[in-house]
Design a protein. Structure first.
Lengths: 312, 312
């Protein structure tokens, strides 16, 4: 039984997991959907009620029946490397690939449907609260007056993107930023804006959950730093113990969301409360593993290596 | 309790349902996501565990708590009518709108997650078979030789798009077409191609399922016509009786797919077999209702008018 990894070519995090799968002797195929069709090929047949699908990639041919698991790591846009790429060709190719893969019995980390839901930040905030996390007061609005009132009520607020940085070249970073006092909120009318009460934090927490196994890491904040993902704080990521209350909430959240993999970001305040900031269903873990030595790649490999469930 | 209809401005089918909702005295708001932000506005607040969201559209303000149902009819791309539209603004706006709506307790026709899955044609073929429909032998492939063998084996085959016509102006129709004998299949390497055994048909069948209620319509085919959706056959759509076997399969398929609304296309052959061609989760019904007099708009309105379930 083979593990299918959907990711782009330069992906060091995948290399870490691939090494662990090789150690276990688990066969795997690495496929960038951008190479389909071209470097990679696909055939799915529906004849007399039988479904048979095979993929060619990585110089190998693999039957969908022999897929034990599918890791959606960092896949390229389908058909992006075609000689004449177009949105329509990407749509056709994406339908063919993901449609065929969704018809298999393989286990997903994460299933595209669950991933789509889990990406929605308003959904995250709502279900984080329901799962028992502490969530800072937040507003998402297109009304300048609502933004103004919210900022007035909470004093220090941050603004962040809902959907992450814009795609494209050159890559743009969009760090979470403090809203300056006296800000003019008229621009809120031009695009939905997410404002959140600022959490004065002692440390950033990254908790990675892999099929129920949790790895928490903590990095002491530099004073005045708002977004711990960018810039150097002079401190390193260190392993942290997961409080019981957080473990229960992570368990509930990943269950509700149907996620085999999830990377949670928290802000730890002076009272040791871990405030839920976001849950990235496809978040990086390489940097944490390198600094803490936590065996996250091993946990991913171990999850992917399990045999599939019965017929879907 | 209000019905929310997500659709573009020119949409006669929506007008038919709106008229029925008005007759029942059910309040409704019509919103084109393309008008957000601008004509329409949104605010979602997450404070002390409470979630409160309101939408302004259509000159009205509606709270998400008062939404009984959401009909995803033919929504525009979020923020498409903004003064400076961009893919990023659309992503941010789509996250805000659908993220907030997915956190409500409203009933969906159809939920975006279920709709995404149901659009995947390979998924359709697989689950149509599992639900008990007769499905013509089909192949989706990027390998010219596989296409050639398939065509050789079945003699008469048709080719169709996986994802529908390309978006954009001018609108392009992509009718299902017969593959000519001696076709060169080299082009299959350039994009995944769907080939299906041709079903010599006596009639086209359109079956519309609305929350379990089924409306079947039948149109006698013009001789030699391949795609009944385009062109005049000289025959009109007429109401048809749904065979028990088909009713059971429709019930199972819509259950598996989680669809409150679904439009099935079948080809009826000389032995009265209804061959599953596709299931469009957002398929039109206006043309069927106009020709057959079947009360489909009334069924949609009736489903939308039901009170929501308990808290999600």
């Amino acid at each position: 039984m083979t593990v299918l990894i959907l990711t782009c070519h330069q992906d060091v995090t995948t290399d870490m997991v691939v090494a662990k799968l090789h150690e276990r002797g688990v066969p795997l195929v690495r496929l960038d959907p951008a190479d389909l069709p071209g470097e990679a090929g696909l055939s799915a047949e529906y004849v007399s009620g039988d479904f048979h699908c095979y993929l060619s990639a990585d110089g190998r041919m693999v039957s969908s029946k022999s897929l034990r698991s599918i890791w959606v790591r960092r896949p390229g846009e389908p058909a992006a490397h075609a000689p004449e790429p177009s949105r329509w060709l990407s749509a056709e190719t994406g339908q063919a690939l993901y449609g065929a893969l969704c018809s298999t019995t393989a286990r997903w980390m994460n299933h595209p449907r669950q991933a789509d839901q889990a990406r929605l930040k308003p959904w995250q905030l709502r279900f984080a609260h329901r799962s028992g996390f502490a969530v800072p007061p937040t507003v998402i609005t297109t009304f300048p007056r609502v933004a103004e009132q919210f900022a007035g009520q909470y004093g220090k607020v941050v603004v962040k993107s809902l959907s992450g940085p814009p795609r494209g070249e050159p890559a743009i970073a969009l760090p979470t930023a403090l809203v300056e006092p006296g800000t003019d909120f008229a621009g809120v009318g031009g695009g939905p804006t997410l404002l959140q009460r600022y959490v004065p934090k002692r440390a950033d927490i990254r908790l990675t959950c892999v099929g129920g196994r949790m790895f928490a890491a903590r990095k002491v904040s530099a004073s005045g730093q708002v977004d711990g993902r960018y810039g150097d704080t002079g401190h390193a990521w260190e392993p942290a113990v997961v409080p019981d209350r957080i473990a229960r909430a992570v368990h509930d959240y990943t269950g509700l969301a149907g996620l085999a993999y999830a990377a949670f970001d928290f802000a730890e305040d002076a009272e040791d409360v871990w405030w839920f900031l976001e849950c990235n269903q496809g978040g990086q873990f390489g940097f944490v593993e390198l600094e803490t030595g936590q065996p996250i790649a091993e946990a991913v490999a171990s999850w992917l290596a399990q045999e599939p469930r019965g017929p879907a």
